[in-house]
Unconditional design. Sequence first.
Lengths: 324, 199
Amino acid sequence: MVRKFLNRVISRKDLSIDAINAFVEGNASADEIQLVERLIRDDASLERDLSTQQALRSVLGRIEKIEAPRSYAVTPEMVAAAEGHDSLLSRVAELFAPQRKLALAPAAIGVIAAVGVALLTIGDATGIVDQSSSSQGESFSTAEISESADGGASSPGVAGSPGSSDSSADMFTTEKASSSTAATAAPSAAAAPEFDSADDSVVAESAEAPVAGLVGPDTDSQEPEPPSLMMEAPTNALIPDVDEAASVAGSLDQDSSLQQAQRDSISPVDSSEAELAYAEDTAFEPASSNDGISLPLWQLQAALAALAIAAIGAWAGLRRAHGG
Amino acid sequence: MTSFDEQRLIQLTRDGDYDAFNRLVVEYQDAVFGVVLRMVRNRATAEDITQDTFISAFRKISSYRGGIFRAWLFRIAKNSSLDHLRKIARRGETSIDEDIVYFSETVKDDSQDPEADALNAELARLIEHCMGGLSDDHRFAMVMIDVEGYQYDEAADAIGVSIGTVKSRLNRARARMRDCVQQDRELLPVSMRLYDKEN
């Protein structure tokens, strides 16, 4: 209905424009002349305007045609020079997007990538996003878990605290294995009860003093070790089937939504068994073998920036290749 | 040249035949150069754009999907011309030959009267000035229809818009030209002065 209405309005406007144009050009039909005469009755100034336009058009029509001053014949050398003059980028852009309208695609990609870089930079500056852990830390964690597997579930060793081998740390093994990433942030301990932990007391202890665990390592061997000693181990070193979301969450340790995704990826099996099985699987593998796609922050920024530059360059080249 | 010949020459051009294409060039170079010159108003630039237009046409002949071949050439020329005009507008430069008015010497008058010739020259200079004040889109429509005398469908093909849009642009262009030339009423032909606002 709206479309019909708009069409009616537009066509009515077109009718008057058509009639006026035809009148000025001297080839108006009887209907168009009637319409113009009605318009002139409504607006007396229109008559003189149309007369002026008619006179102007007659002057423009008397302008002689311009002749080309020389021949513009095309030679193979000219074509070769033009092809050589085109930038490599524009040729690639032309190859991938021969239609002018598709030039918007690389432009859109470039804008999205540029926005990604900006968001990461802002997140980095404001502290929302952190640089992910290095491969050295991951290697260390894997080694620790391997050691833990060798010693059995009763003497796991505490990741990130090689010297701490007190038996009281056993209480934390389950907690560490099942929710080590949760231990990287203060609120994480509250999430621990979601898992079917073997030792509920440990969960309760962690939930009571999560902040203290972030302050610094507690050397008191009689007390349960704070979660800070465990959060050194990257999540993907402890979780057998860590997915891409979990890898990224390792670098975005304050992003609660990603942490939730990570927790969701943890299967509620006995954590000691999982730890043992994983340690066996990964004992002789490089630390990064199960990392999946995991880009540290600066690399991600650089990759996105390169993508943005390439896409915008392709867009510019494509516009140039299309002559627009 | 018949339509058949043109299509055959286009087909030969697709096969890489330069001679066939250059016959098309000879046929259309005056038209392309005239439109480009009236758009960019600089002879050297118009020559460059015209040459580039034909080189681009040869290279992209495979993208020609039928229709009026001359309009397809005009579209390439128009894009190149508008590119050039945007570039100089961005730089804040002007490449217009201020001393050369491309209408002044070409308004035909059969009167053989020197005074009339002088008046026509002044009138043409005024038209040149007023056309320079139009937007690129409006000027292109006016050059195509009123100056070069092409049909609406060919102009629409060349500009890449609908016929209705061409008519609308032309209508506005004529109205602006009318307002502009009325500012120098003494240069106008009598027929245009009859409806002077003061009378």
